[in-house]
Design a protein around this ligand. Structure first.
Ligand code: ATP
Ligand code: MG
Length: 562
């Protein structure tokens, strides 16, 4: 990884550079704060590249902190997957992973401090009543009748909340700020609620749990975070972030900066919605190759440098960041172009009998695994009497400018001879069963005499190829913004209605024998077809299984623009 690998000049870099120049900090400390309630997705990759990237570029450090304040939805499975995904993306956090739950005792003490300063009170209103009292953007809120409790009474009640004396939801602890503030977040926000839920780390220890806004700023303070980078929806929470840190006199004071979240077309980036795809079995799991999760992209064959390149390309700003899937696919192709070796594979074979094949006369050529990267080695591309070519490379009635095979026409077999189609064998229904072709033995490694043969097609020989299973993946959704579609009455339509029925197709194909030597997660280009990866779980050298990562060109755009 190089310092240039991260998004160029953006406003957060400017802020960090100025802070360092002014000697405000010796070293910057950022954090990536996922909630362990699902697998990380491509949106998180943007945040990871920013937080870890800034620490890397400016010789600082980045913490991994699990924001685990919602015990019902969180689990250790997610804690593990998140760590694995960050490592796989190429980043390492400073020290051990941190957990907001490790700070519960400290957060509790801070809450007592706020009560003692008469800046927090125990409220007996129900959650619904609190919502009702909160007012709207137009109307100011109303003060709770419990707002004027004495410090002593509040302390006593809060301690008894902790001790488990009260029912779930019967009391909350709220900050005493301003019920008429134009910022609704400042209208006495709740900072603790009672919940008798087992927490995946603290077990049954706590009956009360702190709220996100309260936990986040104080966790930043405890960890001495210098630049707390988050997405724009938290902009209106910043006054609360600052208020809490100021009232508790936390020094050094962390600062929050907001950037726009990534919205990727043809996908969804919300853990809650992705969770539905998994639980309702639209996909096989969180790491299904069609999922926009980091684990799914990995299984699909996307590379970590390719995903980082994508994050660099989309940049960091405060303006809308709606990006077409083709930008992500383009970055993956660009990364694979020179890192993936190439072989020939026929996905939809037609059998070809080479009628003048001769064991002595017919030779094979050596060919490199990559035309520009000789270190990848080479192999002999062996021909035989029976070969297979792609159905798409033959037609009975060629359109104008057709350069592939047709009855009576010629084409070059890549790394081999020019062949001519002499006869087409069809069944009663007109299906093509086999082609009979002749080899021009004078064309191995040289141009044919007296004529031009423009087309070059890929092929495999029957004897020197192996069967493989190929899983052809396509976009999971058929519309750009599956979770934003409204019906005629303006109601939101369930995004599951827009699942692409052709998002997976499994076929049996044939490939060069090298497939029987490959480990799991080997990335290859199948010449003229696309990039493919051996499946992380199901592939074995004896029974190769490939996933299509991405086609060589943006076929989706072609299909949908015509
Ligand atoms: P989700 O809605 O998928 O659960 P989240 O924001 O609730 O997303 P967190 O686990 O709380 O998920 O997010 C961890 C960090 O990743 C946060 O700082 C958040 O701002 C950032 N993040 C999440 N989604 C995106 C996105 N689409 N683009 C950029 N950053 C994101
Ligand atoms: Mg969240």
């Amino acid at each position: 990884m190089h310092k240039e690998d991260f998004a160029d000049n953006h406003f957060i870099r400017t802020i960090i550079e100025e802070d360092l120049k002014a000697n405000k900090y010796q070293q910057i400390i950022t954090r990536f704060p996922p909630e362990p309630n699902g697998y990380l997705h491509v949106g998180h990759a943007k945040s990871i590249c920013l937080n870890f990237g800034m620490a890397f570029v400016y010789d600082g450090i980045c913490h991994l902190r699990f924001d685990d304040t919602n015990p019902e939805k969180e689990s250790e499975e997610y804690v593990h997957s998140i760590q694995e995904d960050i490592h796989w993306l190429g980043f390492q956090w400073d020290g051990k992973p941190r957990y907001a739950s490790n700070y519960f005792e400290k957060l509790y003490e801070y809450a007592e401090t706020l009560i003692n300063k008469n800046l927090a009170y125990v409220d007996d209103l129900s959650i619904d009543e609190i919502r009702d009292y909160r007012g709207t953007l137009k109307d100011p809120g109303r003060e709770s009748p419990y707002r004027s409790r004495s410090v002593e009474e509040n302390l006593d009640l809060f301690r008894r909340m902790r001790a488990g004396e009260f029912e779930d939801g019967s009391k909350t602890l709220r900050l005493k700020i301003d019920m008429s503030s134009s910022n609704i977040n400042m209208r006495d926000p709740i900072i603790y609620r009672i919940r008798r839920v087992k927490h995946h780390r603290t077990g049954d220890k706590w009956y009360i749990y702190p709220m996100y806004d309260y936990t986040h700023c104080l966790s930043d303070g405890i960890e001495k975070i210098t630049h707390s980078l988050c997405t724009l929806e938290f902009e209106d929470h910043r006054p609360l972030y600052d208020w809490i840190l100021e009232k508790l006199e936390i020094e050094p004071r962390p600062h929050q900066y907001e950037f726009s979240r990534l919205e990727l077309l043809y996908t969804i980036t919300s853990k809650r919605k992705l969770n539905r795809l998994v639980t309702e079995q639209y996909v096989s799991n969180w790491d299904d190759p069609r999922m926009p999760t980091i684990a799914g992209m990995r299984r699909r064959g996307y590379t970590a440098p390719g995903i980082r390149l994508f994050c660099k390309r989309i940049g960091i700003s405060k303006s809308e960041n709606i990006v077409d899937l083709s930008v992500l696919e383009g970055a993956i192709r660009d990364d694979l172009e020179n890192s993936a070796p190439r072989m020939m594979t026929v996905l939809n074979p037609i059998k070809v009998d080479l009628i003048n094949y001769d064991e002595i006369l017919t030779k094979s050529r050596q060919a490199p695994y990559h035309p520009h990267v000789p270190e990848m080695g080479e192999r002999e591309v062996k021909i035989g009497k029976t070969i297979y070519i792609e159905q798409d490379d033959f037609t009975l009635e060629p359109p104008p400018k057709w350069q592939r095979l047709t009855p009576g026409g010629e084409v070059r077999l890549r790394y081999s001879y020019v062949i001519k189609c002499e006869e087409v064998i069809q069944d009663d229904l007109g299906n093509i069963i086999e082609l009979k072709c002749s080899i021009d033995h004078d064309t191995l490694g040289k141009k044919p005499e007296g004529r031009k043969v423009k087309g070059v097609i890929h092929w495999v020989s029957e004897e020197f190829s192996s069967p493989i299973e190929v899983r052809l993946y396509d976009r999971l959704f058929t519309v750009e913004r599956p979770d934003m579609v409204k019906d005629d009455d303006g109601n939101e339509v369930d995004f599951c209605e827009f699942i692409n029925p052709d998002s997976i197709k499994i076929i049996q194909a044939r490939a060069e024998k090298v497939v029987n030597e490959l480990p799991k997660e080997a990335r290859w280009q199948f010449e003229r077809l696309g990039y493919f990866v051996t499946d992380r779980y199901d592939h074995t050298p004896e029974k190769p299984v490939f996933n299509r990562t991405v086609t060589l060109r943006d076929t989706w755009a072609q299909k949908n623009n015509k």
